[in-house]
Design a protein. Structure first.
Length: 104
């Protein structure tokens, strides 16, 4: 299952330097619901290698403001405390998997 990010723990995890993937989503977002099972699968697959989780933009806003999230789903890829890549909109599992592998 995917990790649940909030404004406090997201910043700590990003600054830790490890590979982090954050899916910005909302309950009302259809495309977000379609990729949710993919995010969960990949979180389990890469457990211990990459921290993969979700950040609900309706519940929190600091991180989405910091990274100018204007559309969801948006997925941000971090390594060494830096944003390495951004994906906006629906994404296929294969594409998402390739982007995660690039962080390793």
């Amino acid at each position: 299952m995917a990790y649940t990010f909030n404004d406090e723990n997201a910043k700590v995890e990003i600054e830790s330097g490890k590979a982090v993937v954050i899916d910005f989503w909302a309950e009302w977002c259809g495309p977000c619901k379609r990729i949710a099972p993919i995010i969960d699968e990949l979180a389990a697959e890469y457990e211990g290698q990459v921290l993969i989780g979700k950040y609900n933009v309706d519940d929190y806003s600091d991180l989405s403001t910091d990274y100018s999230i204007r559309n969801i789903p948006t997925i941000l890829f971090f390594k060494d405390g830096e944003l390495k890549e951004r994906s906006v909109g629906s994404i296929k599992r294969e594409e998402l998997d390739a982007k995660i592998k690039a962080l390793l």
